[in-house]
Design a protein around this ligand. Structure first.
Ligand code: URA
Length: 448
């Protein structure tokens, strides 16, 4: 087999056989296929696409290029969730303890943040003592004992994807649907879960800008998961503004604990409640994801029943206790869960007001993420140190009216010379109009 012939085949619209895909992935990972040929091939895929079978084979080959986590020592159906990334997305800290408190095992690998989106692993490190790199044996034991463990991704998970992604990044071939879908799913398949629930974000803070694009990506990823023998669901959710109110590492842990501490979810979700609208959006996404995970695990086939169980896990305090147990099992101080005042706090908490009153009609969400990043809460490069205490707390959300004398947001900063720039960028991210706009549903649809 020659790479030259395979480039011609794809260039002319042909479909690759499984052997050909394997040859390309293995050859490139080993260094036998040079960057210039791989770049040419990626560009042919960008233009000619791939059919479902090719995409599944590409995913499987990339998954098999490194460690494939063996979770067979864990009893029960193992569930996992993956978010395609967004601003203020702390659903893992709500969903994981809900599932574990209901007896469903969750053995999760997560990443660190890069760019305007935060990383689950960084957020957990705002809890004193929490260890994100426990040995595999302990990881498995913890899942068997308390049903939940969460660690950082090992260096050797889908190395082919790592190498191909770096090449895509510099050859303008990132935004190709089969390449994105196979990249995400290769890591999920290697991570070993039986059930995968994908939270596919759409909007100004997400990779996919429209619900239709997100739906097509979800459909492809769900098909890949199912064809690879994993029960997979895709939940398409809104990312046109931060999820919840708080953006920043410790702030997001604090907000997740706030949700896990709610005693009456229906009341919290009702229009009349004084629970912030942003938190209501967070509750809706979290409960939807958790319900599909419960259904995927085979606990029930009814969404309504699954939803009621997840709701009760929060209201009873069981999910909060599970979160504390999980923190303790990984060396963290569980008191941080019962008293979030212990979490790292910024020196300055500065209120921000809108310059004109009106309805919030649009938000450039990636800019809100950038505000957290310039305050020190995110990484500009992989090596950057991050400040766990800083971030933004947005009190008003799209569709709401904001007057000039009510606090629109708080900036949490540790250095006062960045505050003015952060304020300016935050205000610049929003459009305020005289006319109200339609409020978007936060959960759009589910692909099964
Ligand atoms: N996230 C990934 O892991 N891969 C992509 O290609 C895009 C987003």
């Amino acid at each position: 087999m020659r790479m030259y012939d395979l480039i011609i085949k794809k260039r002319d619209g042909g479909a690759h056989t499984p052997e050909e895909i394997k040859y390309i992935v293995e050859g490139y990972t080993k260094g036998d296929i040079p960057d210039y040929q791989m770049s040419a091939w990626l560009m042919t895929v960008y233009y000619k696409g791939m059919n479902n079978e090719e995409t599944v084979e590409l995913t499987k080959a990339m998954a098999a290029s490194g460690d494939m986590l063996d979770l067979s020592a864990i009893e029960g159906v193992k569930v996992d969730k993956h978010s395609t990334g967004g601003v203020g997305d702390k659903t893992t800290f709500i969903v994981a303890p809900i599932l574990a408190s209901l007896g469903v095992p969750m053995a999760k690998m997560s990443g660190r943040g890069l760019g305007h989106t935060g990383g689950t692993i960084d957020k957990l490190e705002s809890i004193e003592g929490f260890n994100v790199s426990i040995p595999t044996g302990e990881f498995i034991d913890n899942v068997n004992n308390i049903k939940l463990s969460l660690v950082g991704q090992t260096g050797n998970l889908a190395p082919a994807d790592k190498k191909i992604y770096a090449l895509r990044d510099v050859t303008a071939t990132v935004d190709s649907l089969p390449l994105i879908a196979s990249s995400i799913m290769s890591k999920k398949l290697a991570a070993g879960a039986d059930v995968i629930v994908l939270d596919v974000k759409c909007g100004t803070g997400a990779f996919m800008k429209t619900p239709e694009e997100a739906k097509t990506l979800a459909r492809t990823m769900v098909d890949i998961g199912n064809m690879a023998g994993r029960k997979t669901y895709g939940v398409i959710t809104d990312m046109n503004e931060p999820l919840g109110c708080k953006v920043g590492n410790a702030l997001e842990v604090e907000e997740a604990v706030e949700v896990l501490s709610i005693k009456d979810i229906d009341k919290a979700l009702s229009e009349a409640s004084d629970v912030n609208y942003g938190i209501r959006r967070l509750i809706k996404v979290s409960l939807c994801l958790a319900s599909y995970m419960l259904m995927g695990a085979g606990v029930t086939s009814s969404y309504d029943e699954a939803y009621a169980m997840c709701k009760k896990a929060i209201e009873s305090g069981n999910a909060l206790d599970k979160m504390a147990q999980f923190v303790e099992a990984q060396g963290g101080n569980k008191e941080y869960i019962y008293d979030t005042n212990l979490l790292p706090k910024a020196k300055h908490i500065v209120p921000v007001y809108m310059e004109k009153e009106g309805y919030l009609t649009s938000c450039k969400n990636s800019e809100v993420g950038m505000v957290s990043l310039i305050l020190g809460g995110g990484r500009a490069t992989k090596e950057s140190e991050i400040d766990l205490a800083v971030g933004v707390n947005v009190r008003k959300h799209l569709g709401e009216f904001v007057s000039k004398d009510e606090v629109f947001a708080y900036i949490h900063a540790n250095s006062d010379d960045i505050i003015e720039e952060a304020k300016k960028r935050l205000l610049g991210a929003y459009i305020v109009s005289d006319e109200p706009c339609q409020i978007e549903e936060v959960v759009k649809f589910v692909v099964e």
